[in-house]
Design a protein around this ligand. Structure first.
Ligand SMILES: [Zn+2]
Ligand SMILES: [Zn+2]
Length: 368
């Protein structure tokens, strides 16, 4: 039976986004892995995350209300956009556009040079898109706990995807068999397609599917495709300072392209679990600390729990309620820069409520 995301979060279809968020935070707190995570808690947390990843997103919620649970976003999804082959000009244009779309996606994304080749420039590094069948992009989601996101972490994710065939090393030819230049395109992989009015467009050679090669005997493992489906473990280095809803792009870690064409990219959307008491605001951490009336009036030293443990904060005498103190450099590391944000402590002065006679007298005296 399909899971009911509303039941999981204990909300209804008419709950407001705020109510959804509150319900999620409450459950995330309850099943948080830091709280001595049992296996059942972990499973529960996964379920809660999945439910919120759908209901917390207006578009996905609408889709869910309409169609129910259609796909599991916690697993990587292959989008084999390039597998159909570019048979005519419209296919070619379509593929070009989709490539651009992912390049200019609204998501905040990062490249990691140490994980496969980096194709910064769509029209430079991946210009082969015009002729060969590049692998599709994959989208996956990864949930981190608060401190993993703050300090960075390495995570292994498993993805079922097209990988380069080991037997033929991706070119689709049985090792030892004869490979020659494609006679149709002369080995260029491209032919000029005339659309009339003297205008020609380069298009993939259909005879060789853009590879420029004529293969006598296809690889017996992949039947000439150059790729096979496999579950691959990928080590993802999460940089310190990543935040909820940001996306990591691993260039070349998507689906392998057919017959040695370039691989697609892997987009990993990051979810960060909240940590109760620590409120993240970009690179800063915000907390609220209560102090007593006399601490505010006379000054005091208070302990503040920061990301690095306890820090002593000096409260000067005559401190007003809601004053914010800055503990420099105890915030979140800057994602693309050196240094760290700050820890901002808002002190709230507790007004005494149950006073004995002596205390009353003293305050009355003070008021004069
Ligand atoms: Zn092969
Ligand atoms: Zn050809």
């Amino acid at each position: 039976m399909a899971k009911d995301y509303y039941d999981i979060l204990g909300v209804t279809k008419t709950s407001s986004p705020d109510e959804l968020k509150k319900a999620y935070y409450k459950l995330a707190h309850k099943y948080h892995p830091h709280k001595g995570g049992t296996e059942s808690n972990e499973a529960k947390m996964k379920e809660v995350n999945e439910a919120y990843s759908v209901l917390g997103n207006p578009q996905k919620k609408e889709q869910y209300d309409k169609y129910g649970q259609t796909f599991d976003r916690s697993q990587g999804q292959g989008q084999s956009s390039g597998f159909g082959g570019f048979n005519d000009f419209s296919d070619f244009a379509q593929a070009y556009r989709s490539g651009q779309g992912s390049q200019n996606g609204q998501n905040f994304s990062f490249d990691f040079g140490d994980l496969g080749d980096m194709f910064g420039d769509m029209f430079g590094g991946r210009s082969r898109a015009a002729t060969q069948q590049n692998g599709g992009d994959i989208q996956a989601e990864l949930t981190l706990n608060f401190r993993e996101a703050v300090f960075g972490v390495e995570k292994k994710i498993s993805l079922r995807k097209a990988v380069t065939c080991n037997h033929c090393h991706g070119d689709g030819a049985e090792p030892g068999s004869k490979v020659s230049a494609c006679p149709t395109c002369g080995g260029r992989g491209q032919v000029v397609r005339n659309i009339g009015f003297g205008i020609g467009f380069p298009s993939a050679c259909q005879a060789c599917e853009g590879t420029g090669k004529k293969i006598d005997k296809h690889c017996k493992e992949c039947r000439g495709q150059g790729v096979i489906k496999e579950t691959e473990e990928i080590l993802v280095k999460i940089p310190a300072g990543i935040d909820n809803d940001q996306t990591i792009r691993l260039s070349g870690q998507g689906e392998a392209g057919l017959k040695g064409a370039a691989a697609g990219d892997l987009y990993i959307k990051i979810r960060v679990l909240p940590e109760i008491g620590l409120n993240r605001d970009g690179a800063d951490i915000r907390t609220v600390q209560q102090i007593s009336f006399s601490q505010a009036a006379l000054g005091a030293k208070i302990d503040v729990e920061t990301l690095d443990g306890m820090v002593t904060l000096k409260i000067p005498e005559g401190t007003q309620s809601d004053k914010i103190f800055q503990i420099k450099g105890k915030g979140v590391p800057h994602l693309q820069d050196k240094g760290r944000g700050d820890h901002l402590v808002k002190v709230v002065v507790k007004t005494p409520t149950k006073l004995n006679r002596r205390q009353r007298e003293l305050l009355a005296e003070l008021d004069k």
